[in-house]
Design a protein around this ligand. Structure first.
Ligand code: GRF
Length: 207
């Protein structure tokens, strides 16, 4: 079984999608061993506990500096014997030490079709505001491996979502989650757990 730690900051709907997919056998040979939030008020923690998953808050505010916080985070990943780190709406930038240590074993979900509407400053509702401002007809979501850059790692799965004339950022955000994020995140985890995702020359190949 692939041991997954999910890092969260907020509502945890992507976490829920993973929990449901494991329960419904859409993800095989994988389990969530731990959920870590940087935010004590994250509803994601309640979702995890409700599902019987070990859930803890490690907040930067409880540490004197960033290195101390990162050290605690790394220790918590190791303590759970984490094999795959899943960033599901985690609003903290991971340090290079963690990215190096878990190279090819950290994935993130981004609410656009990378390389559009990604990179520094493109997170949360802002992504959807910019999508509407630019007037694109298609947006979507991307699951990718995490490297040292912002949204630059090898892409695993993407799914397109239609933009409608009467969309607000909130309506579009919801559609992107329902039609794309909650589908491709569990699917990507299942592919990784099956050993079907290979990284070569900065891109992925699914066998
Ligand atoms: C999602 O839109 C995800 O793409 C982004 O943060 C949001 C997290 O939502 N990275 P949730 O906490 O999974 O509900």
């Amino acid at each position: 079984m692939l041991r997954i730690t999910v890092l969260v900051s907020g509502g945890g709907t992507n976490l829920q999608a993973i929990i449901d997919a494991i329960g419904e056998d859409r993800i095989h040979n994988a389990g969530i061993v731990r959920v870590i939030s940087n935010n004590p008020g994250a509803y994601a923690l309640e979702r995890a506990r409700g599902a019987g998953i070990d859930a803890l808050c490690i907040s930067p505010r409880d540490f004197p500096d960033r290195p101390a916080y990162y050290e605690a985070l790394t220790a918590a990943l190791k303590e759970a014997d984490t094999e795959l780190v899943v960033l599901a709406g985690f609003m903290v930038v991971l340090p290079e030490s963690v990215i190096r240590e878990y190279a090819g074993r950290i994935i993130n979900i981004h609410p656009s079709l990378i390389p559009s509407f990604c990179g520094t400053g493109f997170y949360g509702i802002r992504v959807h505001e910019e999508v509407l401002k630019r007037g694109v007809r298609v947006t979507g979501a991307t699951v990718h491996f995490v490297d040292e850059g912002t949204d630059t790692g090898p892409i695993i799965l993407q799914k397109a979502v239609e933009v409608r004339d009467d969309d607000t950022p909130e309506i579009l955000q919801r559609r992107v989650m329902e039609e794309a994020e909650w589908q491709i995140m569990p699917r990507a985890i299942d592919l990784i757990a099956a050993g079907r995702v290979e990284i070569r020359d900065g891109r992925t190949f699914i066998r």
